[in-house]
Design a protein around this ligand. Structure first.
Ligand code: CTP
Length: 387
């Protein structure tokens, strides 16, 4: 993203270096930037149309969302004082600001301006807002400025900007190259073609783990019983019963680094599934005989295929969290277990609470947070332990 400063001309060279380093680059410019460098320069370098207008008919209903979704990182160079103010204020009145607001990926800002502008408290205040909100800042250099003054405000060198981009990408995509399998939802054990036994699990926690892992760069297979809207980087396998889940997890586990078994597997299933619909008229009472279901994690614990996979279980507990979790960790041969405290009414909720126990004996309190935040904490805790 190029904004309107004299340093815009340097960005042509930067784009060329990014392309030579193997990156795919798309350029968007503010209207002011086009007064310093022509869009044809960036078009020629990237071979891609240069976007300057939120309202241009590009065939995309929301070009700012499309651009943010496409990118793994957004770089703003040069970022003028005006652009910094707009970003800090959350404006979205042109393609560049709207793309930044819509982006889910890391944003790197390389400001460049006159030294007097750079020294103003208003600029410093905007920068500290952006830093607080997670933007990566590549500070300008000191030297001779276009105005003839000398001081801080020159666009950082290409090497510094590359380093900033790399740091932001590494921090964000810390599961790149990893294959993660996540299970979610309550299994459905068929009584007849229209009825089943299940539980209150909504699938939200497992879905949050799958989305978080994908956004951190992992290739994710989500084996779920619950409807899932879809997410970039997540391939979905819908299943019903525990047996089907075991079978599908086994298929997906090839080459996996991490398995997170969030699914609430029904511990018992009907001993027999009736092939035709059971009709009310045919019976006054109905007795269901249940038999013990397959224990997916325990079965996987016997598979040599699962040996290299870091296995995390979930345990829904309403008492004696620690003792139950420790027992399950050992019995199911897990590397870690998240003991979910269900006393706070977490089923179907957007929040969760729990403690994580590791085979090594470590204990990590996860506190109460949104399911997405809990997913991030779990991934933070396991990412450096993967084999
Ligand atoms: N699990 C499994 N197969 C089952 C039951 C549970 O793989 N048949 C997994 C769950 O996905 C979860 C972990 O085992 O990751 C713990 O589940 P939990 O239901 O708490 O354990 P149980 O063995 O069923 O123990 P209990 O019902 O006695 O609490």
């Amino acid at each position: 993203m190029v904004s309107g400063g004299i340093a815009a001309y340097k960005v042509a060279d930067l784009v060329s270096q990014l392309l030579q380093a193997g990156c795919q680059v798309r350029v968007a410019m503010t209207a002011a930037a086009t007064r310093f460098v022509g869009g044809a320069t960036f078009h020629g370098l990237t071979g891609q149309p240069v976007q300057t207008d939120l309202w241009a008919n590009t065939g995309q209903a929301e070009p700012h969302v499309a651009l943010g979704d496409w990118a793994q990182a957004v770089l703003l160079a040069p970022a003028t004082a005006n652009l910094l103010a707009k970003l800090a204020g959350g404006h979205s009145d042109d393609l560049v600001t709207a793309t930044v607001l819509a982006a889910r990926c890391p944003v790197v800002v390389a400001p460049a301006m006159n030294d007097a502008m750079w020294a103003k408290p208003a600029v410093a205040a905007n920068l500290s807002v952006l830093r607080e909100r997670g933007f990566t800042l590549v500070e300008p250099e000191s030297g001779r400025l276009a105005s003839g003054h000398a001081g801080a405000g020159r666009l950082a060198s290409a090497a510094e900007i590359f380093a900033g981009l790399e740091a932001a990408i590494r921090a964000r995509y810390d599961l790149a190259g990893r294959r993660v399998v996540v299970t979610a939802g309550g299994t459905r054990e068929a009584i007849d073609p229209v009825r089943f036994i299940s539980n209150y699990s909504s699938g939200k926690m497992g879905h949050a783990v799958a989305e978080a892992a994908a956004e951190r760069g992992a290739t994710v297979a989500l084996v779920t019983t619950a409807p899932f809207a879809g997410h970039p980087g997540v391939s979905v396998r819908r299943v019903e019963s525990a047996l089907e889940m075991l079978d599908t997890v086994r298929q997906e586990l090839d080459g996996a680094d991490l398995l997170v078994m969030v699914a609430a597997v029904a511990d018992f299933r009907p001993a027999r599934t009736v092939s035709g619909k059971i009709r009310r008229e045919e019976t006054e009472t109905l007795e269901l005989k249940l038999e013990r279901n397959v224990d997916i994690l325990a079965e996987l614990g016997k598979d040599s295929q699962a040996e290299g996979v870091f296995r995390v279980g979930f345990a829904a507990e309403d008492a004696d969290l620690e003792a139950h979790a420790a027992e399950k960790l050992a019995r199911k041969k897990l590397d870690a277990i998240v003991a979910n405290d269900i006393r706070g009414g977490v089923f179907g909720s957007d929040e969760n609470e729990g403690v994580m126990f590791f085979r090594s004996g470590e204990r990590l309190a996860l506190g109460r947070s949104s399911k997405r935040q809990m997913a991030e904490r779990i991934l933070d805790a396991v990412k450096d332990r993967l084999r």
